[in-house]
Design a protein around this ligand. Structure first.
Ligand SMILES: Nc1ncnc2c1ncn2[C@@H]1O[C@H](COP(=O)(O)OP(=O)(O)O)[C@@H](O)[C@H]1O
Ligand SMILES: O=P(O)(O)OC[C@H](O)CO
Length: 493
């Protein structure tokens, strides 16, 4: 038998998923890893723990299923994007923890860049807004704040990578320093029109070119993993959101998906058109399988499933994320709104200083109201970005394709359909991110074709709107009022 392994390195866990030649899941292994919050607004991961958890799940997947490495045709990698690792080229040792995409430590530097009038330049070159979300200012921070880092970087001794790059470096024993266009396009250093690292932006962010990986299309032979005497080629890489777009087979312009994980990310394929958003969305690179550039519009919501994780690990009002459905169903009213702006707000507001808040509390408010409001906040934020996407693209999204861990929550999916007023279509395989990485690797290895992939997608369940337009608009008005009140909260505090 021939298999493809997808390594899915997410914000909260590392997963290894084995797919057979039909694109079916044969086995999954998953391991959560430590989240570090050293200061308010800071989020870090240990790059070595990312590597060890990723390598452990790979090994245990093969062991448990008694799969020989020789049966693995190729590996596909997909990853949390933007998260920044800098390491020593000779020793391979990280010079600092990975600074996670949610980390806000560079907000002031971003404000400074904005005050220098750089917004238009950044947007036209990278498709991004200036925000601490992206890797560029995080690299700058490491070089400025880690002893000797800038001097070593200037001498060409340091490497930068997003998590895909870091994993390939580890898998190939430091032989390959590579990334793909989708990940490169999230650094704020990559020119998505000219398809290259941008000298001008490197200068502005003071990042030496020598630190950067080579960028390639997402279906490409990135390097080889020598494992137990077998050479396994790495044939696919994509940032998790673009991988999910690919895994949902959104190959044609106008096709869109929404992924509900730690954050929530709606992407619409816009084909070869690289259009700048007028409504607070990002323009980003989608998976290129041939070298021809493909673009997508993206609505990035920073906190979605992470709000449920916070209820579990922070407030400890839940034992398991999935219990949120049971508790939410116990409440019939909709008076409480939770705005989970724990990491500021992303699309379409882009407010680095917004912070989380709960509104509408009364004496009878209990934990169930808050759990329900947290789930609903995911759906409200999705409505915000769907509206922006329709305005930007001129295309009405009449049915929303969804995926990701939190789509297993039927209450959330029904409320999502209610609040959008359109059908929500959940596929049989909600692991679209891993599927996308496997598709890319299998495509490059000649296991399947794009046409074959397109036919594989199966719906598990469709959710249809169950409330009137008046009710929907009333609920959404409350959200809009709540979200406005969180703007600028942390500024000058
Ligand atoms: N049944 C559920 N209801 C609500 N949220 C859930 C449920 N299952 C998982 N989640 C949330 O989804 C996230 C995990 O989804 P996943 O797709 O694995 O995310 P990531 O790739 O970002 O790590 C967690 O934040 C978790 O709290
Ligand atoms: O880990 P996820 O699935 O929430 O995805 C994180 C995104 O890639 C951040 O841009």
């Amino acid at each position: 038998m021939a298999y493809i392994v997808a390594l899915d390195q997410g914000t909260t866990s590392s997963r290894a998923i084995l797919f057979n030649e039909k694109g079916e899941i044969v086995g999954i292994k998953q391991k959560e890893f430590t989240q570090f919050f050293p200061k308010s607004g800071w989020v870090e991961h240990d790059p070595e723990e990312i590597w060890t958890t990723q390598s452990e799940v790979f090994r245990s997947l093969l062991n448990e299923l008694s799969i020989s490495p020789k049966e693995i045709t190729a590996i596909g990698i997909t990853n949390q994007r933007e998260t920044t690792v800098v390491w020593d080229r000779d020793t391979g040792e990280p010079v600092y923890n990975a600074i996670v995409w949610q980390d806000k430590r560079t907000s002031e530097f971003c404000e400074d860049l904005k005050s220098r009038g750089l917004e238009e330049k950044v947007r036209s070159k990278t498709g991004l807004v200036i925000d601490s979300y992206f890797s560029g200012t995080k690299i700058n921070w490491i070089l400025d704040n880690v002893e000797n880092a800038r001097a070593e970087a200037d001498k060409g001794n340091l490497c930068f990578g997003t998590i895909d790059t870091w994993l390939v470096w580890k898998l190939t024993n430091g032989k390959a320093h590579v990334t793909d266009y989708t990940n490169a396009s999230r650094t704020m250093l990559y020119n998505i029109v000219e398809n290259k690292w941008d000298d001008d932006l490197l200068e502005i962010l003071k990042v030496p070119m020598s630190m950067l990986p080579e960028a390639h299309p997402s279906a490409y032979h990135f390097g080889d993993f020598e494992f137990k005497g077998t050479t396994i080629p790495i044939m696919g890489i994509a940032g998790d959101q673009q991988a999910a777009l690919f895994g949902q087979a959104c190959f044609d312009p106008g096709e869109a998906k929404n992924t509900y994980g730690t954050g929530c990310f709606m992407l619409m394929n816009t084909g070869t058109k690289c259009e700048v958003s007028q409504n607070g969305l990002l323009t980003t690179m989608a998976c290129s399988t041939t070298g021809e550039l493909t673009y997508a519009l993206e609505g990035s919501i920073f906190i979605a499933g992470a709000a449920i994780q916070w209820l579990r690990d922070g407030l400890r009002v839940l034992d398991h994320a999935e219990d949120s459905e049971y508790f939410a169903r116990k409440v019939e009213t909709n008076e409480v709104y939770l705005v989970p702006a724990f990491a500021g707000l992303g699309a379409p507001y882009w407010d680095q200083y917004s912070r989380g808040a709960i509104f509408g509390l009364t004496r009878d408010t209990g934990k169930n109201h808050i759990i329900k409001a947290a789930l609903e906040s995911i759906a409200f934020q999705t409505r915000d970005v769907k509206t922006a996407m329709e305005q930007d693209s001129g295309i009405e999204i009449t049915s929303l394709m969804v995926d990701g861990g939190a789509t297993n929550n039927n209450y959330l999916m029904q409320f999502q359909s209610d609040i959008l007023g359109v059908e929500v279509d959940r596929p049989a395989i909600t692991e679209s991110t891993a599927l996308g990485a496997a598709y890319l690797a299998g495509l490059h290895a000649g296991v399947w074709t794009l046409d074959e992939i397109k036919k594989v997608r199966k719906t598990d369940r469709k959710f249809a709107p169950g409330i009137t337009k008046t009710e929907r608009d009333h609920l959404y008005k409350g959200w809009q009022k709540a979200v406005q009140r969180t703007f600028d909260w942390a500024k000058d505090l």
